[in-house]
Unconditional design. Structure first.
Length: 165
């Protein structure tokens, strides 16, 4: 099967028939809803505003469980973006290498970023200390608390990881 091409006039007619609006001069698209099912949706210029009186909905898979050891977090842990750790003693956990963080989080351009949340579900006084990834701020996570880290691509081989909360 070959690729089918639709001319601009035909595309406009199709959109009008669907009660949608397309204005190419100002790059405006109006629709009751817009779904990008392949390749994602990228806004490359200007600000993005999410206006409305309802919450922004994000798909969140199940949290990942970090090993009760000093082994580094895995790419699978990072991909989940929520990691629980139940340490039985104080643990030192490294983030994956910058190249892995860039690839796993799909940080394709400089200054792209993604958040990672780590929850210490341990009991007693067993802490989790996060290191690596160009950490800025404290990596210490006390028992029964959590930390939010933002991983920012600095360039194609470097990240900075900021402790936000």
């Amino acid at each position: 099967m070959g690729t089918k091409r639709v001319g601009l006039a035909r595309m406009q007619a199709l959109l009008e028939n669907l009660k949608r609006t397309l204005t190419l001069g100002t790059a405006t698209i109006s629709a009751a809803s817009l779904t990008a099912t392949t390749g994602g949706l990228v806004v490359t210029a200007g600000e993005t505003y999410l206006r409305g009186s309802h919450a922004v909905i994000k798909h969140q898979g199940a949290p990942s469980i970090g090993a009760d050891s000093d082994a580094a977090f895995t790419d699978a842990n990072i991909l989940a973006q929520i990691i629980t750790v139940a340490p039985t003693t104080a643990r030192a956990k490294a983030l994956p290498a910058a190249a892995n963080l860039i690839s796993t989080l799909k940080l394709t351009a400089d200054n792209d970023s993604a958040d990672i949340h780590i929850i210490n579900t341990g009991t007693g006084s067993d802490t989790v200390t996060v290191s690596g990834g160009g950490l800025v701020g404290s990596g210490l996570i006390a028992v029964s608390s959590s930390a939010t880290f933002r991983v920012r691509r600095v360039d194609g081989t470097t990240v900075a990881t900021y402790r936000l909360a």
